[in-house]
Design a protein around this ligand. Structure first.
Ligand SMILES: *Cc1c(COP(=O)(O)O)cnc(C)c1O
Length: 437
């Protein structure tokens, strides 16, 4: 690894221009690259959050479910939040015991799938009911097996980086809405179900003030309804700073506040609540990079366009949410950082970064209304490397990777020791069509 400071892309990751060139040389372009050291640092940050009576940090694995990353995060001491039965299975295939996994899902299970869920619950899987129907489907099992499901509440208010990621507002349908709590409690009493775990997740990339507000709301709900709650989960939504000038969630500030409120709750009610949080973005977002090659350049009267071979099929967040990601331009041989939004490199050139998909929204530089937004950068030459930062979360796990029959890109780990390790092979065309009949 070229450790010269000039070669670094930013000041938070060890990923540098020379390593980017090595990724392409060894594994081809485009590829995802993850910085293990940064993932470990973020895990530690979360585990060190101040707390009153204990803390469990659950990694929301839908952010990035690569087996190697799951293992790194598990070895660091985190537990897991799964969003589907398949995510539970996938975590278990990575070697994570069921008792470290909590399933919080929109899915409902009947028949054979319900049998699978019940068997896993008996092996220690934890389960948050997120609707009245889910509660009713698990009711008899809970009653007969003394199983205590958790309950996810929809608090009626929420926050998120964009409207579609605000999971607590009245426009979203995650959890049992406040207006249905009485119904849920009545059903639970009838089946002798105790709710020992109460959960709210207000949205991704949430405003820290809303996150604080959520702590108050949730403790209020526990005081009012959940006399048997032992654990309170504040969900994910801890904001990461992807761009220079963005402000990440201040974990110690939020933790101090949570600790204070949980301590006060104990003074009032003589109940020591264990705290949980479920970061996804915060753990992996800034560790990830999309590493791609410049394959073409065009201009219209409106803008310069740089075409790279890694676009929306690797990172759809600009298209879905108007998310803004940092762009780095690196010389093809990795000897030079031509531009980085974290460095003061003077240039008058600006361009839109487009991908290779036949889709006008295939652009890495959109504004929050979905319009093309040219970014200042140095003008790349053909064969230069364009890197999109902040792409460790909800990129590989969420992008429409087979569109235009593009194959899913490989994933590479920059290990703590500084070596490059392939952690997912490039998909083949045969794999894309193998299930077709
Ligand atoms: C997605 C999700 C999270 C993680 O959200 P981030 O914004 O990525 O931290 C946490 N909890 C639940 C239940 C989720 O669905």
């Amino acid at each position: 690894m070229g450790n010269s400071e000039n070669n670094r892309l930013n000041n938070f990751s060890r990923f540098d221009a020379e390593t980017a060139a090595r990724v392409i040389h060894e594994f081809g372009a485009p590829a995802y690259l993850y910085d293990e050291a940064l993932i470990l640092e973020r895990c530690k940050d979360c585990l060190n959050i101040p707390n009153a009576y204990g803390l469990t940090v659950r990694y929301a694995m839908k952010a990035n479910s690569n087996k190697t990353l799951l293992r790194i995060i598990s070895d660091a001491g985190l537990h897991f939040d799964a969003s589907s039965l398949n995510e539970v299975r996938r975590a278990h295939m990575a070697g994570i015991p069921y008792k470290k996994i909590m399933l919080t899902t929109q899915e409902t299970y009947e028949g054979d799938e319900m049998k699978v869920l019940e068997a896993l619950l008996l092996e220690g899987l934890q389960y948050n009911v997120c609707s009245l129907r889910q509660l009713e489907l698990i009711g008899d099992f809970s009653c007969e097996n003394y199983f205590t499901p958790g309950i996810r509440i929809h608090p009626g208010v929420g926050s998120g980086e964009s409207a579609t990621r605000n999971t607590g507002s009245d426009y979203s349908c995650f959890g049992i809405h406040l207006s249905d709590i009485d119904k849920a409690m009545e059903y639970a009493w009838g089946k002798w179900i105790k709710f020992e775990h109460v959960h709210v997740h207000i949205g991704s990339g949430a405003d820290p003030e809303m996150w604080k507000n959520n702590i108050d709301i949730e403790l209020g709900l526990i005081a009012k309804y959940f006399y048997e709650a032992k654990t309170v989960c504040f969900g994910g939504g801890l904001k990461e700073a992807r761009m220079p000038g963005d402000e990440a969630a201040d974990l110690s500030y939020l933790g101090k506040y949570a600790k204070e409120q949980i301590t006060n709750f104990n003074k009032k009610f003589k109940r020591k609540l264990h705290m949980e949080i479920e970061p996804g973005t915060y753990i992996v977002a800034n560790s990830g990079y999309v590493v791609s090659r410049v394959i073409d350049k065009k201009s219209t009267p409106r803008a310069n366009f740089i075409i790279t071979n890694g676009g929306m099929e690797m990172n759809s967040r600009p298209l879905y949410y108007g998310s803004v990601h940092p762009v780095y331009v690196v010389s093809g041989d990795g000897t030079q950082v031509r531009s980085s939004e974290f460095k003061d490199i003077h240039t008058d050139y600006s361009a839109v970064i487009a991908g290779k998909c036949c889709e006008s929204g295939d652009c890495q530089t959109l504004d929050d209304k979905g319009h093309l937004a040219a970014r200042t950068m140095s003008e790349p030459e053909m064969g230069d490397i364009v890197i999109i930062g902040g792409t460790g979360a909800y990129c590989s796990s969420m992008a429409p990777f087979n569109y235009n029959s593009h194959v899913q890109a490989p994933e590479v780990l920059l290990t703590e020791g500084g070596s490059l390790k392939l952690i997912r092979r490039r998909q083949t065309l045969e794999q894309i069509v193998e299930n077709e009949i």
